[in-house]
Design a protein around this ligand. Structure first.
Ligand code: GRF
Length: 197
């Protein structure tokens, strides 16, 4: 069984897609042991509780620096014997020290076809605005392993999404999100099929 932790700062719709895939049996050999958020009001925490998953808010303000904040997250991950960490709308860039604790065991979902429109500063609607500004006809989403370089780790799955002439960042984000909800559970399934038993 692969023990999974999800780190999320907001709405948690990708978390929900993964919960659904586990509960419906699409993902076997994987269980979400804990959801951790850096925001008390993250809807992701409510979703976790609804499904009887341990939900923890860690307040960054209680720690003098990023390193100690991350150490607290790591304490929880170790306690829960976590094998796989999923970033699902977690609005912080993890330090190299953190990433080195879980090599090829941290996944992230990004709402573009990486390596395009990725890296520092490309988050949320900014990604989709940049896509529209560039005038590209196709965008999409990417699930990748997290490495020390932001949005540069090995790509696991991608899905292509057509950009429409009348798209706004909001309409594009909504369309891309539907595909995120397909490929994130699919990537987790690949991992669990390979490493879970
Ligand atoms: C998604 O668009 C994801 O690609 C990005 O943050 C957003 C999170 O949405 N990393 P949600 O919290 O999963 O609904």
């Amino acid at each position: 069984m692969v023990n999974i932790a999800v780190l999320a700062s907001g709405r948690g719709s990708n978390l929900q897609a993964i919960i659904n895939a586990i509960e419906s049996g699409k993902i076997k050999n994987g269980q979400i042991k804990i959801v951790i958020s850096d925001r008390e009001d993250a809807y992701a925490l409510k979703r976790a509780k609804k499904h009887n998953i341990k939900a923890v808010f860690i307040d960054p303000k209680n720690f003098p620096n990023q390193q100690l904040f991350e150490k607290e997250i790591l304490n929880y991950l170790k306690k829960e014997k976590i094998d796989l960490v999923l970033l699902a709308g977690f609005m912080r860039i993890l330090s190299p020290e953190f990433v080195r604790e879980y090599p090829n065991r941290i996944m992230n979902i990004h709402p573009s076809l990486l390596p395009a429109f990725g890296g520092k500063g490309f988050y949320g609607l900014k990604v989709h605005q940049a896509v529209l500004d560039a005038g590209v006809k196709y965008t999409g989403c990417t699930v990748h392993f997290v490495t020390e370089e932001c949005d540069k780790g090995p790509i696991i799955l991608q899905e292509v999404v057509k950009v429409k002439d009348n798209d706004t960042p909001e309409t594009l984000a909504r369309r891309v999100l539907r595909y995120e909800h397909k490929i994130y559970p699919a990537a987790v399934k690949l991992f669990c099929d390979k490493y879970g038993d």
